[in-house]
Ligand binder design. Structure first.
Ligand code: PAF
Length: 283
């Protein structure tokens, strides 16, 4: 497995594979602290392409002042070992100085899709994500890139950006992987206290309960949202609800009834750890 540090090294590796050997390249961008859910995205990339590259970069531009940039879990050695074991062909470890050189002043923003859900409570977050992902895409120029469905708003925004900016990259969404009690896997889970860890599965249970109601014929947003709210309040009393929203899949705007594919999504803070989860409602 190659460990690449500079954009130039990545460009040379990619050029060799693409132009000289005619191979396809799959890309899994990450912020490290890899767990089974990241590895499942790597598996998808390996199944779909000849060579897989993973980037590991905790992107300062997507954290607001006061968010958990400094305490975001980092373990480069363990990440590299996991990538090696999983058959990754190259890992790119960009530096902050190379990604954001002095005077950096160019940002990529997808309008409209970031007004609700995490976009409302984390202003500037998605601008940081789309800026770094477009820089990573420009350097790697993959055929396929794989993102997790847990960060569904991020995935939808990246799909839109890729289409609008004609990157010519196929974006694949990997399913959310869960612990046995239903908690969505996340790098932030390790920072939950034991008490919060016990309460955290309530997010998935609440969404599943509303999804069952929807399958039984209830499609009014208010009733489904109330089910989620009540279940979280009851089973995760120390969680602070950031949002519970039901939005359309295409425009990510609130809906009153579920008539077409929609997204029921939650964000809850347990102390300084903010967890998100979602479920798709579709007949
Ligand atoms: O989902 C993540 O880990 C990050 O937001 C991403 C896509 C790697 C951009 O920094």
């Amino acid at each position: 497995m190659r460990v690449l540090e500079t954009a130039q090294q990545v460009r040379e590796w990619v050029k060799q594979l693409h132009a000289v050997h005619g191979l396809t390249i799959g890309f899994v961008p990450t912020m490290g602290s890899l767990h089974e859910a990241h590895l499942s995205l790597i598996d998808i990339s390996r199944q779909r392409t000849d060579k897989t590259i993973v980037s590991i970069f905790v992107n300062p531009a997507q954290f607001s002042p006061g968010e958990d940039f400094d305490s975001y879990p980092r373990d480069e050695e363990a990440d590299l070992e996991l990538c090696r074991e999983r058959g990754v062909d190259a890992v790119w470890l960009p530096s902050v100085d190379e990604m954001y050189p002095e005077g950096f002043s160019t940002y990529v923003e997808v309008e409209g899709l970031d007004t609700q859900l995490c976009g409302a409570s984390r202003p500037g977050h998605f601008r940081g994500v789309t800026t770094v992902v477009s820089k990573l895409f420009n350097v790697v120029q993959p055929d396929v890139a794989v993102f997790g469905r847990k960060d569904v708003q991020q995935a939808r925004i990246i799909q839109r950006m890729t289409y609008d900016l004609q990157f010519g990259i196929e974006i694949i969404l990997g399913d959310t992987l869960r612990e046995v009690d239903g908690l969505a896997m996340s790098s932030r889970n390790v920072r939950l206290t034991p008490e919060h860890r016990l309460e955290a599965p309530a997010l998935h249970q609440a969404l599943s309960e509303a999804s069952s109601q929807f399958q039984e014929g209830i499609n009014e947003a208010e009733r489904l949202l109330e089910t989620v709210r009540n279940r979280i309040k009851q089973d995760a009393p120390s969680g602070k609800i950031d949002y519970i929203q039901l939005v359309g899949w295409n425009d990510l705007q609130p809906v009153e009834h579920v008539d077409t594919k929609s997204l029921l999504a939650v964000a809850v803070r347990f102390g300084s750890v903010r967890l998100i989860d979602n479920i798709i409602l579709e007949k």
